[in-house]
Structure formats: structure tokens, C-alpha cells
Design a protein around this ligand. Structure first.
Ligand SMILES: CC(C)(COP(=O)(O)OP(=O)(O)OC[C@H]1O[C@@H](n2cnc3c(N)ncnc32)[C@H](O)[C@@H]1OP(=O)(O)O)[C@@H](O)C(=O)NCCC(=O)NCCS
Length: 208
């Protein structure tokens, strides 16, 4: 368990690659409620056709892990793993627009896509193990993701965080992270991104 005060320096970060793949697998095998996803959702342009649906979350988890691994092998999946005392405790997914196309097909996003000549990056997902939440893990992941994007040439970076928690439930809606962490990183809100029963979201951008 982390101490109550966990400064960002407590954590180390590493890029997702075939070297860190076993750590990704470890993080996404803890029965945390998001193991089924393996952070594949935003890689797909839309839901799979009905004839490819699987019955259980466990089956979906196996398929998603296989597909995620293939993307990592091809260099088409990017993300940051956050470690505390050598153990993976958090994750942030980022990537080029083409790697994370699902956002483009959301109705609320229509008309918001920037000029296609501009290099567009997306930061779509965070996942932090429960005992480590509210201790700066997601913020550390965000800083590392931005640094990686800068090293890869930068561009316009887009995110879709929560602005308002409409319920005490803090489930998968929070995958996009919170507005405050992006504000602190210098992002500006550009448009609403819809509401669910649990949360309201906003599109935020920053050029780096
Ligand atoms: C959302 C989540 C990523 C936040 O991670 P975290 O490491 O706790 O975030 P941080 O400690 O870096 O905090 C970042 C900001 O978010 C805020 N925040 C974090 N949890 C919050 C909560 N439950 N309610 C309101 N704000 C919250 C923090 O207060 C902080 O803002 P501040 O700097 O203004 O104080 C984490 O709760 C999580 O993993 N939730 C589950 C997400 C999920 O299901 N992902 C997988 C989907 S398939």
C-alpha cells in the first residue's frame, strides 16, 4: 500500500513495448473491472459485428489481449505504465488519431475533428489500481505520455476527461481521466463531449 502522501517521484514510468508487455498483462489481470477490455476499445472504429460478439467478459478479455499484443508487436499501440516499488499500478493510453479511431465515430465529435493535415494525438484511457488512486498515479502517467508525444515530434494533443461527477459511482466512465489533471498540464476545453448517468465530459486540447 502506498503512503498517504505519494509524490510523483515515488513512481517510475515505462513505455508499453514487447519488453514491458508482461507488466501490462499483470496490470490487466487483477480483476479490477477493466481486465476484459485490455485497452482495446478505442483501437476499434466501432463495435464488433454481432456475429463476433462473445458471451463472457473472460472470453472478451482473452481475445482483446491477443489483439492488443499484436498491435504492440506492430508498434501500433502506445501507452505508459506507472510503477510503484517495481510493480505496475497504473496505465495511460495515448496514440495517433489513426491508432484510436473510435472517437471519430462518436456523434458528439462530428464537426469537432481538427484539420486533417494537422498531426493529432489522443489520450483516451487511464487505469489505476484501487489502493493507488488519488495519489498522483494518473497525473504521473499523463506527464510521461506528454513527454513521449513530444519526443515523437509533438502536434495537437486531445483528451476527453470528466468535468463533473454526477454520481458517487466512479466506474469505467472515469477511463478518460479528470479535467483538473489536464488543466494542470496546460490543456484548454474546446467543446462538450456528452454526459452519461455518472459523468459529464469535455474535449480538451494542447499543442506540444
Ligand atoms: C480516474 C483515475 C484514472 C484517476 O487516477 P488517480 O491516479 O487517482 O488520479 P490522480 O491522483 O493523478 O488525480 C488526478 C486528479 O483527478 C482527481 N480525481 C481522482 N479521483 C477522483 C474522484 N474519485 N473524484 C473526483 N476527482 C478525482 C484528483 O483529485 C486530481 O485532481 P486535483 O489534482 O485537482 O486534485 C482512477 O480513479 C481510475 O483508474 N479509475 C478507473 C478507470 C477505469 O475504469 N479505467 C479502465 C476502463 S476500461
Amino acid at each position: 500500500m502506498p503512503s498517504l502522501e505519494s509524490p510523483a517521484s515515488t513512481y517510475t514510468t515505462r513505455e508499453l513495448s514487447m519488453k514491458t508487455w508482461p507488466d501490462f498483462v499483470r496490470l490487466f489481470s487483477q480483476g479490477s473491472g477493466w481486465d476484459f477490455c485490455q485497452c482495446m476499445h478505442f483501437h476499434r472504429p466501432r463495435s464488433l459485428p454481432r456475429d463476433q460478439w462473445l458471451r463472457t467478459r473472460a472470453e472478451r478479455g482473452v481475445r482483446n489481449r491477443r489483439q492488443k499484443r499484436a498491435l504492440v508487436e506492430q508498434g501500433c499501440a502506445h501507452g505508459i505504465l506507472v510503477y510503484a516499488k517495481g510493480e505496475p499500478v497504473g496505465w495511460c493510453q495515448y496514440g495517433m488519431r489513426e491508432e484510436l479511431p473510435r472517437i471519430d465515430n462518436k456523434r458528439i465529435y462530428r464537426g469537432l475533428a481538427p484539420d486533417s493535415t494537422q498531426k493529432l494525438w489522443r489520450i483516451t484511457c487511464f487505469a489505476v489500481l484501487k489502493p493507488y488512486r488519488k495519489r498522483g498515479v494518473a497525473s504521473a502517467a499523463l506527464q510521461a505520455a506528454l513527454e513521449s508525444i513530444r519526443r515523437k515530434g509533438g502536434g495537437l494533443v486531445e483528451a476527453y476527461p470528466i468535468t463533473r461527477w454526477l454520481s458517487r459511482a466512479f466506474g469505467n466512465e472515469s477511463t478518460h481521466g479528470s479535467e483538473s489533471m489536464f488543466m494542470k498540464a496546460g490543456f484548454k476545453a474546446v467543446a462538450p463531449f456528452g454526459s452519461t448517468r455518472f459523468s459529464s465530459h469535455v474535449v480538451m486540447r494542447k499543442t506540444i
